[in-house]
Design a protein around this ligand. Sequence first.
Ligand SMILES: Cc1cc2nc3c(=O)[nH]c(=O)nc-3n(C[C@H](O)[C@H](O)[C@H](O)COP(=O)(O)OP(=O)(O)OC[C@H]3O[C@@H](n4cnc5c(N)ncnc54)[C@H](O)[C@@H]3O)c2cc1C
Length: 392
Amino acid sequence: MVDFSLSDTERDIRDWVRNFVQRELVPLEPEVLRRERAGERGLTKQEQQDLQDKAKQAGFWGVQTPEEYGGMDLSAVMTALIEIELGRTFVPFRFGGSADNILFHANEEQKQRYLLPTIEGTRKSCFAITEPGAGSDAKNIRATAHRDGDEWVINGEKTFITGGIDADFTMVFAVTDKAKGADGGVTCFLADRDMGWTSEPIEIMGEWDRQPASMVFDNVRVPHENVLGEVGGGFKLAMQWIGRGRYMLPARALGGCERLVEMGMDYARNRETFGAPIADRQAIQWMIADSAVEIEALRWLVLQAAWQIDNGMDSRHAQSIAKLYGGTRANEIVDRVMQMHGGMGYTRELPVERWYRDMRLLRIFEGTDEIQRRTVARNLLKGHASVSGVLG
Ligand SMILES: Cc1cc2nc3c(=O)[nH]c(=O)nc-3n(C[C@H](O)[C@H](O)[C@H](O)COP(=O)(O)OP(=O)(O)OC[C@H]3O[C@@H](n4cnc5c(N)ncnc54)[C@H](O)[C@@H]3O)c2cc1C
């Protein structure tokens, strides 16, 4: 049976987030814009914390964190629905109580020092695999770690590391066995900032409350007990982190597209040219219609990918399709909405140009469009997936 409806619980949770966004976040938009224009953070750390506390009081904390850690342990479908709602505003809010999926591989002692404080929000992590010479081709990383007694000595450079300026510690990936390379020769280390790595901010096109950084490891000594998982098991962990939820990125973009098209329609109803609202013009109506069709298609791609995860299926193919379609369509839609606004769309008075800059990233990080296409084509050509989709 194919059933596209939401359960009562799913609807309740979705509506709660929708109200939260409407009540707590949307009113902050003018101030967030103003601050960002002035080169400041959209939300201060305290404001982010206060909003998270408010949500927590209503029981909303740790969306995907297992219940044993106090989280809600919600399904992938529910998480996608939440991301769509959060995407409807550009206020850079995140619910508290979550930690990187691979930190759950920590041993008991590491859990106390890294996982639990991250969930509590008292320590901040970052994920560092990309290097100046290795992005899409992550297997080509050059940072090394060699063992010296009870310690590992890490050398190398990382780049574009989200949150690398604020992070207290990083999950850094380094080659520990050059002959094996990504196939058993890469290890993940939990490296505290005070172990000696340094970071420099990277200025980027979009607004980004977790500014990316370049990081330098110059003979950074990390105790052996800080190996996350197994020595040589790092590349698998890295792929697990990246694959944790490709559906979440297009889900958030989808929420933004919904809001943008609503803004575009409002504008089109009110803006008159040549004696009639532009909404009466077929050129504008087609922009609205094409955007609505793409939004609807994206919704089901995202939810279907999430549904596959909830049903224990290998969802990587579906997630790549959702990420690729979401990235390209979101960019097309924001471009149309800017066009509908004419000159106003290009100004900094409205948030359209902000969304325009933000959406561009979706086609680049966590697997570029080209890499998603490569994955999709490879899966099909090797027979790992079928053009008939999950229905076979
Ligand atoms: C804002 C931001 C935040 C990021 N956050 C993180 C983070 O937290 N941690 C982290 O480790 N990394 C992070 N990244 C890095 C990001 O994942 C990489 O930038 C991305 O994977 C692309 O790698 P690259 O920049 O080296 O581009 P390249 O791999 O050099 O690619 C350049 C171009 O060539 C294309 N290309 C590459 N290989 C192929 C191929 N085989 N076939 C066809 N085309 C190809 C690409 O699609 C792209 O168009 C972030 C990046 C940005 C911009």
